[in-house]
Design a binder for this molecule. Sequence first.
Ligand code: NAD
Length: 285
Amino acid sequence: MQQAFSVDLGGKVAVVTGGGGVLCAEMARALASSGARIAILDLKLEAAEAVAAEIRAAGGDAIGLAANVLERASIELAAAEVLSRLGPCDLLINGAGGNHPKGTTTRETASVADLTETDPAVVTFFTLDPEGMRFVFDLNFLGTLLPSQVFAKQMLGRDGCSILNISSMNAFRPLTKIPAYSAAKAAVSNFTQWLAVHLAPLNIRVNAIAPGFFVTNQNRALLFSPAGEPTARAGKILGNTPMKRFGEANELTGTLLWLASNAASGFVNGVVVPVDGGFSAYSGV
Ligand code: NAD
């Protein structure tokens, strides 16, 4: 895999949660091509294995493991497997995350008519399901906290270890319709700063990437019609992205490798780096 620049992650073990997905599979490939041994953890074992097999076929060292980032016992089983097959974790990428329709309102803004809405398919602010909100909050926030608790133990007393969280544009300013995902990613950014401070005496750095808009499995249906035409929401996103396009997954890897390499970013701690074509800088005017 051709990288824009090279960092040496030889001898490092990187654990990538959600590594069976679009963005984190690309991150796993980039870490592998920089010399790291990779453990891909995903709810979907098949997806994790497929990415690991691809990395092995390209000459890298990778294993795919089933793990649920919401269940400590499941993460601990995977961590034991990582330790015995690859060695202790040096880099943890907390990539598993996403939204759910139950944490999503149907319309962008409220109206008085919401109070008398009878269509059960329409979710208003007043009918948002607390369980849906909790699911999204847990997936993104607890799904970052729990793997950090488990894998940071393997980092203790060793140099050059770090944790990289995946935040979002929603963390800076919430997007309409998705209050659960927005609040959860804001929590991820906040936790990144908290954990960076908390683990600093142990020489474990904690940073985050906040991707802008990338077309992946979890948002494809929101961004494109079945015929492949951009939806109104996609048009709004592009209208507010000064570079007027979606990101490509490989455009996250330069920031990833910089933050993963202690030689490159050894004094960078507690930052949330937007990779967004200017979205977070633009006021819309
Ligand atoms: P994706 O759906 O392609 O990948 C997510 C992966 O996480 C999937 O393989 C899924 O099986 C896995 N996963 C889900 N729940 C899990 C669980 N409980 N335990 C373990 N694995 C689980 O999505 P993606 O777009 O590649 O997203 C990767 C990360 O980037 C997510 O945290 C997402 O919120 C974030 N993000 C994405 C975008 C974007 O534009 N796509 C923007 C900002 C942030």
